[in-house]
Structure formats: structure tokens, C-alpha cells
Write a protein that binds this ligand. Structure first.
Ligand code: DC
Length: 233
């Protein structure tokens, strides 16, 4: 296979709300790769747990969440309007419902359950088996694809990330306060980096991208240079 045909796995890990999905989606579109948002999968399990009553009054009942895992069907279907795949839970479109603050407030605890991770990691490995994927998450370069050919670790100032999330949610009509969002961002950073199973860590061979003061175009130019140099190896 010639070098231009060779497809690789690109792992995009990093903190929440630093534009990982937007960036990973743009890279995938540029390269003709498949974009996989693994955070959406953890959110889908959380939404399902909320709807089925395995999370009540903000308390996550782990055994009840685990009991739901065997029966939940998570699928993706490409949506040409978004240029990305929408996520479905048991055949129902869940894309909008997984992005509420209610789901955001519970998802770190759900994603810390070992059985949840085992199931979703196995699904992700299967989805990347044929390469040509850009997968964004927290543990892609460390646990899902430790041999990924190109690993990025994204970060940005927490106040900048909170403002971006705030703008995103208010644009969708959610009534939220900036202070509440910033608290949620910081709580998720702490939970994601301190959990026992697959905590958020920068892989030793990952390249750091701090985009606090970078536009999407600047990030793309930076990435394309990095990608070209990797493909020359
Ligand atoms: O990227 P996001 O904010 O949509 O992710 C939602 C949550 O899922 C976040 O709190 C961390 C968790 N997550 C994870 O533990 N592992 C992944 N690979 C992706 C997300």
C-alpha cells in the first residue's frame, strides 16, 4: 500500500470542553476518516440510566447501571447535515438528549464504573479495527489504542472552556449560569483525572495541543503539518 493510502488511528484525548470533538471532527473530514466521539457513548449510557431509573435524585446506583448494560444497544448513523454520526440508543435518536447539564453532571460517575468502560472500550476497539479513524475521548491513546500512530492531548484554560460550553448551551436555549458551568468543568477535570479505572492521563508519546488562544483554523494548520511529518516516517 502506498503512503497516501495508508490509514492510521488518530487518538484525541484531553480535558472536557476544550473543543476535542469539533477538532477531531474537522480532522476526520479533512482526511476522509471516520470520526468517533467516545464521550457520546458514555453520555448515552448515562442518559439510558437516567431514563430507566438507575440514577435517582443525582445518585448513581452502580449495580443497576451494570444490569442495564447487556440490553442497551448503542449505534451510530451518519448524518450528512452535521458531517458526523448521530448516536442512537435502542434505535432512538439520542444526540440532543445526551448533551444536557443533567447528563453532564452524572456522566463522570457512570464512566468510572469498570463494567461500563469494559463494554464501551471493546466497542471502540472494534470500530477502529480497520483504521482510518479519529477517535476522541479520555483514554484512547492510553487504553483503547495504546499503539495509535498519532496521539494528541488537548488542553485549554478552565475559564476559557467554561465560556465555550456556556455559549454552546445558551445557543441551544438552555438556561445555565457561567459559574455553574465552570464548577462542572472543574469537577469533571478532578473526577476524570482521579478515577481508579483509566484516569485521564497524557500518553508519553502524545503531542500536547493547548488551544486556549487558537482558532480552529490555526489548530488545523498545526495539525496538518504534524500529520504530514508523521506520514513521512
Ligand atoms: O467528551 P465528553 O465531555 O462528552 O465526555 C463525557 C464524559 O465521559 C466525561 O466526563 C468523561 C467520560 N469519558 C471517558 O471517561 N472516557 C472517554 N473515552 C470519553 C469520555
Amino acid at each position: 500500500m502506498s503512503d497516501t493510502e495508508r490509514k492510521i488511528i488518530i487518538a484525541v484525548d484531553g480535558y472536557s470542553s476544550c473543543g476535542k470533538s469539533t477538532f477531531a471532527k474537522a480532522i476526520a473530514a479533512r482526511l476522509g476518516y471516520i470520526f468517533i466521539d467516545t464521550g457520546a457513548m458514555y453520555r448515552a449510557v448515562t442518559l439510558h440510566a437516567l431514563e430507566r431509573g438507575a440514577i435517582r435524585s443525582g445518585i448513581v446506583y452502580e449495580e443497576e447501571v451494570v444490569a442495564l448494560l447487556d440490553r442497551i444497544a448503542i449505534t451510530f448513523r451518519f448524518n450528512p447535515e452535521r458531517g458526523a454520526s448521530d448516536i442512537y440508543v435502542d434505535g432512538d435518536l439520542a444526540e440532543g438528549k445526551i448533551r444536557t447539564l443533567e447528563v453532564s453532571n452524572c456522566v463522570s460517575r457512570v464512566s468510572a464504573i469498570p463494567e461500563v468502560r469494559a463494554k464501551l472500550v471493546a466497542m471502540q476497539q472494534e470500530m477502529g479495527r480497520r483504521k482510518g479513524v479519529v477517535m476522541d475521548g479520555r483514554d484512547i491513546g492510553t487504553a483503547v489504542f495504546p499503539d495509535a500512530e498519532l496521539k494528541l492531548f488537548m488542553t485549554a484554560d478552565p475559564a476559557v472552556r467554561a465560556r465555550r460550553r456556556y455559549d454552546e448551551l445558551t445557543a441551544k436555549g438552555e438556561r445555565v449560569s457561567l459559574g455553574e458551568i465552570e464548577r462542572n468543568v472543574r469537577e469533571r477535570d478532578a473526577a476524570d483525572t482521579s478515577r481508579a479505572v483509566s484516569p485521564l492521563r497524557q500518553a508519553p508519546d502524545a503531542v500536547v495541543l493547548d488551544n486556549s488562544r487558537m482558532t480552529v483554523d490555526e489548530q488545523m494548520a498545526w495539525f496538518m503539518e504534524l500529520f504530514a511529518s508523521r506520514m513521512e516516517r
